[in-house]
Write a protein that binds this ligand. Structure first.
Ligand SMILES: *[C@@H]1O[C@H](CO)[C@@H](O)[C@H](O)[C@H]1NC(C)=O
Ligand SMILES: *[C@@H]1O[C@H](CO)[C@@H](O)[C@H](O)[C@H]1NC(C)=O
Ligand SMILES: *[C@@H]1O[C@H](CO)[C@@H](O)[C@H](O)[C@H]1NC(C)=O
Ligand SMILES: *[C@@H]1O[C@H](CO)[C@@H](O)[C@H](O)[C@H]1NC(C)=O
Ligand SMILES: *[C@@H]1O[C@H](CO)[C@@H](O)[C@H](O)[C@H]1NC(C)=O
Length: 454
């Protein structure tokens, strides 16, 4: 009897905790897609899904409202609907990551571990009169994977990995061009790759272009591309990824998914890119056992880390290399990809139902898979509107985010978005993974207890 209590109590507590998180009316902050610059971008508040009793009012604060009675910077009354989103006049401001997590911070100094995330100075609290109902903040998640108990024992294919599409397509000082075409239609993220990783993104998608720049260093010839344009050099991004995994110990999946410029019928260019990856990332990349045709998505994070502390899983089409046999242990064959690119919203919903409900007719196989939630320029042209990449993401992302909050989220593997910051994709993935890891770790025990009780 005593033994049962000891074992059952944490289980019950955990189920109650999960229940209480889902109850009530969650209110959270995201970064809108409104600003010309990131610094000038407005924050947005989100509430729901399914707030049956919305709070009377919501306050936005620059400091933690639970430690003192600060006046809110902004007060919003009367959230009538059960689910919603509202852009505020509060700007994101200059990004500064605490705890040694800025890119320019000294990488040799130890960083502060933030197992449950760390708030940036933007908080949102909801109230009924003076009664505090919820508090949340805009937060970074540089260590979430390592700190979810038991997630490291789950195969990669069963982990919900929050991702970005066209991850390197960011405007920056080193960008090739700042034309309106590039800025409005080809740039796909407002946070650079370093910041994406700090916010908790763990899957990066790269489209690579090759152009001979006539420099001494072959690395200078490789660029991030999007829709047939070169956007920004690849090398700095690879170094950011490497620096991040060394500092954080997190696992990141890098997907070299397309090669639109300069690769066609040039296996030697693929080879040259592969050499660059081996040189820059080789000592951090997971090496699979080629002789038993190992699927990287079947491995769990703990095994990947145990193998000499390797943190990167590199997806790359090895068949394009001239000698795939002697090069393919460093790279994993690509995972299955599904994209909503050419679909409207209702078709996207149907497609997600097919993919995420894991019914027998689902095309998703028992391996790693990626759902890319994007809508292409062509798609909006069909509806006779020319929407910018931000406008398209502003419509699509919140919907996909909401649909994943139901049972479908449990079946997600990689979900990748353009401009992910107008969603709470990372928090959602963390919640789903914690829940799944808990169920997995207790499965044997639960089954056993049911047998014993019967
Ligand atoms: C807010 O307070 C009112 C009256 O005190 C109560 O009826 C209502 O259920 C409360 N709402 C929430 C969300 O707690
Ligand atoms: C609530 O929903 C209604 C109908 O869907 C809409 O007209 C209204 O603008 C929404 N209000 C808010 C505050 O979002
Ligand atoms: C790879 O797999 C083969 C066949 O299962 C096994 O004999 C070998 O020891 C493995 N190699 C490593 C490095 O694990
Ligand atoms: C790969 O193998 C081929 C022949 O099988 C050989 O010519 C080539 O040098 C090898 N490359 C490397 C990097 O080992
Ligand atoms: C989406 O596309 C389908 C097929 O072209 C069409 O039947 C449907 O009306 C469209 N839905 C919307 C909301 O535009």
């Amino acid at each position: 009897m005593i033994k049962i209590n000891i074992l059952v109590m944490p289980l019950l507590q955990s189920l109650l905790l999960i229940g209480s998180l889902e109850a009530g009316c969650p209110v959270y902050l995201t970064v809108s897609l409104t600003g010309k610059t990131l610094q000038d971008t407005f924050l947005e508040i989100n509430w729901g899904p399914n707030c049956y009793g919305p709070p009377q009012w919501v306050g936005i604060y620059g400091q933690d409202p639970t430690i003192s009675n600060f006046q809110p910077d902004l007060r919003i009354d009367g959230l009538a609907n059960s689910t919603g989103k509202m852009i505020t006049p509060i700007k994101l401001g200059k990004l500064h990551f605490p705890g040694g997590w800025n890119r320019q911070d000294d990488g040799d100094q130890p960083v502060t571990q933030y197992p449950t995330g760390k708030c940036l100075p933007h908080y949102v609290a909801s109230y009924n009169g003076t009664e505090l109902l919820t508090v949340d903040c805009l937060k970074i998640q540089p260590n979430w994977m390592a700190h979810i108990k038991d997630v490291s024992q789950m195969p990669l294919k069963n982990i919900f990995l929050p991702g970005t599409h066209a991850s390197g397509a960011v405007v920056g000082s080193s960008s090739k061009t700042n034309s309106i075409l590039v800025r409005d239609y080809l740039v796909a993220q407002q946070f650079d790759v370093w910041s994406q990783l700090i916010f908790g993104i763990r899957y990066l998608d790269f489209s690579i272009g090759y152009k001979n720049m006539n420099t001494e260093n072959d690395a200078d010839n490789f660029w991030i591309a999007n829709e047939n344009m070169l956007i920004t050099p690849l090398l700095g991004i690879l170094r950011d990824v490497r620096q991040f995994v060394k500092r954080s110990g997190e696992m990141v999946v890098l997907d070299f998914s397309s090669f639109p410029i300069g690769f066609y019928k040039h296996p030697e260019v693929y080879s040259s890119l592969f050499r660059l990856l081996r040189q820059e990332l080789g000592d951090e990349a997971y090496r699979r056992n080629v002789s038993k045709n190992e699927h990287c998505a079947d491995r769990n994070f703990r095994k990947i880390l145990l193998q000499n502390k390797h943190h990167l899983v590199i997806l790359f089409p090895s068949q394009e290399l001239p000698y795939p046999e002697n090069e393919s242990n460093l790279i994993c064959p690509p995972w299955q990809r599904f994209s909503s690119s050419f679909m409207n919203i209702s078709q996207t919903l149907d497609y997600m139902r097919l993919l995420f409900s894991k019914k027998t007719n689902s095309p998703v196989r028992d391996d790693g898979w990626i759902f890319t939630a994007v809508s292409s320029m062509e798609q909006t042209l069909n509806a006779h509107q020319l929407l910018t990449a931000k406008q398209r993401a502003a419509v699509l992302n919140p919907k996909v985010n909401q649909w994943l909050k139901g049972p479908w989220g449990n079946n997600a593997n990689v979900v990748a978005m353009d401009y992910f910051s107008n969603t709470n994709l990372v928090d959602l993935a963390i919640q789903v993974n914690a829940h799944k890891a808990f169920i997995m770790a207790n499965q044997d025990y639960i089954n056993l207890e049911i047998l014993n009780l019967a």
